[in-house]
Design a protein around this ligand. Structure first.
Ligand code: ZN
Length: 364
C-alpha cells in the first residue's frame, strides 16, 4: 500500500497591514494623520525607513515558504477609496500595491469576512476583492456578489499525480450593521442561520477532501469562547462536514479543542498589526498554527484528515512578527496559556516541546 500523502497547512489570525504599516511601505494610501504618526516611530527607530514587503513577516518567512498552504485573516480593506464607513471607531485600509506583502509570504488564501472589510464602504470591499483576485489569492467571506461572498474558496494540494480539493468557507458574527450588505457573509447564532449554513456547507456537488471554516467571532479580550460559539463549532463538525475550524477576532490566543477527531482553533490571535499592547491579554503574542493533514481511507472514501497541530509562538514588535525562541519568557507565556485554556476545553497539549520549540498536539 502506498504511504499516505502528507501536507502542512499554516494558519494565522489577524494580518492587519493597514494604517501605520501601510504608511511605512513605500506606496501607501493618502492619510496625513497616520503619516505624521508613523514619522515619529521612524525617528525613534531609523531601521523602519527600509520597511518593505517582507518586513511584516520578520524571521517567519521560511516557515511560510516551507508549507503547502498558507491561510490568514486579512484584517483590513485593500483600497484607496476615501470614504469611511460612518460612525465606526477604527477604519483600516491598505494600498492595493501592498498586496505584494502577502505574495512575499506565499499566502494562498485570505479570509475577507471580518469587521474591517467594509471600513471604506462597499467600494472598498469591491476593490479588496478585486485586489485579491488580481494577486491570485483565494478568498471567501466577501465578494462581488452574495453568492461569491458565501461560497467556499476552492484550493488544491498536489501529491505526485493526485490532487486533493480543499474548501474554505468564511463568515463573521459582527458588525451587525453590515447585515444590509449582501456581499458580506455575516452570521449569527440563531437556528435559521444554522439551517442555512448546513445547506451551504453540504451542497458541494463533490465532497472536498478537506473542509475548513474560517470565522471571525466573539468579543475582544475574552479567554474562553462563549457557549454559543462552542456550540456552533461543534455543529459545524457534527452536521456540516467541517474538519478544521479556524477562529479569530479576540486579538489574543484562545484555546484549542479536539472534537470527534477534528480540530477547533478558537482564537489564533493577531499575527501582525500596529496596535498598542494590552499587558493582560498580550495581543502582541500569537503563533503560526501549523496543521498536519494526511490521506486516510475510510468508509466514506479517501480523504485528508487532521493528524497534528504544531504551534510556533510569535511576537509582534515594531510592526513585525518574529518567532520566539524556546528560552524566551514570552514563549513560555504562550505555551502555558495555550495549555491552560485548552485544558479548560478538555484538550490536553503535550508537555514537551518539539525540536524547534513548537508546542505539539496530536489529534488521535
Ligand atoms: Zn477583527
Amino acid at each position: 500500500m502506498a504511504p499516505p500523502a502528507r501536507f502542512q497547512l499554516n494558519l494565522v489570525g489577524d494580518v492587519m497591514l493597514g494604517r501605520l504599516i501601510d504608511q511605512l511601505l513605500p506606496t501607501h494610501v493618502h492619510c496625513p494623520e497616520d503619516a505624521a504618526h508613523v514619522a515619529n516611530f521612524v525617528e525613534g527607530s531609523p531601521y523602519l525607513r527600509n520597511y518593505g514587503f517582507k518586513t511584516p513577516w520578520g524571521n517567519t518567512l521560511p516557515l511560510f515558504h516551507a508549507a503547502h498552504f498558507n491561510l490568514i485573516n486579512l484584517e483590513t480593506s485593500v483600497t484607496t477609496h476615501p470614504i469611511p464607513w460612518p460612525n465606526k471607531v477604527f477604519n483600516y485600509r491598505m494600498h492595493p500595491t501592498n498586496v505584494q506583502c502577502l505574495k512575499e509570504a506565499r499566502i494562498n488564501y485570505a479570509t475577507l469576512a471580518n469587521n474591517h472589510t467594509l471600513d471604506f464602504s462597499r467600494e472598498g470591499l469591491l476593490e479588496t476583492v478585486r485586489a485579491a483576485k488580481h494577486a491570485g489569492i483565494a478568498f471567501a467571506g466577501a465578494g462581488e456578489t452574495q453568492d461569491e461572498a458565501r461560497r467556499p474558496a476552492v484550493l488544491q494540494l498536489k501529491d505526485k499525480d493526485t490532487a486533493y480539493n480543499i474548501h474554505v468557507y468564511a463568515a463573521s458574527d459582527h458588525p451587525h450593521d453590515w447585515s444590509e450588505v449582501p456581499n458580506f457573509h455575516l452570521i449569527d447564532y440563531q437556528p435559521a442561520t444554522r439551517s442555512r449554513l448546513k445547506a451551504l456547507l453540504t451542497s458541494a456537488p463533490q465532497r472536498p477532501d478537506l473542509s475548513i471554516f474560517s470565522v471571525h467571532w466573539g468579543p475582544n479580550y475574552a479567554w474562553t469562547p462563549a457557549d454559543e460559539i462552542r456550540s456552533l463549532a461543534h455543529f459545524l463538525i457534527d452536521e456540516c462536514d467541517i474538519d478544521l475550524v479556524h477562529g479569530h477576532s479576540s486579538h489574543h490566543i484562545q484555546g484549542v479543542e479536539v472534537y470527534k477527531e477534528k480540530l477547533i482553533i478558537y482564537g489564533c490571535g493577531d499575527f501582525v498589526d500596529d496596535y498598542a499592547v494590552n499587558a493582560t491579554y498580550r495581543n502582541d503574542l500569537s503563533a503560526i498554527w501549523r496543521v498536519g493533514v494526511e490521506t486516510s481511507s475510510g468508509p466514506s472514501g479517501k480523504r485528508l484528515r487532521v493528524e497534528r497541530l504544531e504551534v510556533f509562538p510569535c511576537r509582534i514588535k515594531r510592526f513585525q512578527a518574529n518567532l520566539l525562541e524556546e528560552g524566551d519568557a514570552d514563549h513560555s507565556w504562550v505555551s502555558n496559556k495555550l495549555r491552560e485554556l485548552s485544558k479548560h476545553l478538555g484538550t490536553e497539549i503535550r508537555k514537551d516541546l518539539g525540536e524547534d520549540g513548537k508546542i505539539i498536539l496530536a489529534i488521535r
